[in-house]
Design a protein around this ligand. Sequence first.
Ligand code: ZN
Length: 133
Amino acid sequence: MSKLGCRCGHVITDQTDSLPYKASLLRDEVDNEFWDEVHRELKPLVESAESGDKAAIADALGQFSPSLSAADKLQDRISSLYIQRMSTAYECQNCRRLWVQKQNSEKFVSYVPEEGTYGAILAAASGESENLD
Ligand SMILES: [Zn+2]
């Protein structure tokens, strides 16, 4: 996704990392499945590393391309597992509408906040105090 046209007319752009109006969403129904897969990826490596057997480590990583380092291969595998499971959410910086990607789809559904201006609700540090009336 590089651009999403909001209903208010604002164009939400996604062309760089660390966007304060973007978040990844891991649905609870696939959360356990994701962590089980991560565990399955890590377990043979941890066991090989504990044994100190370099051949076993190579075997554990044997399914990957030989051109990448073991750390890069592992990162690629886990990133791939995550990307398969996660969806994206955006907050429109103009109207504060929240856009949530549908599971296994490129489509987004919007949700309108009850009130207020842009709240940076998806930012790591919103700077806004909680307003839970
Ligand atoms: Zn908008």
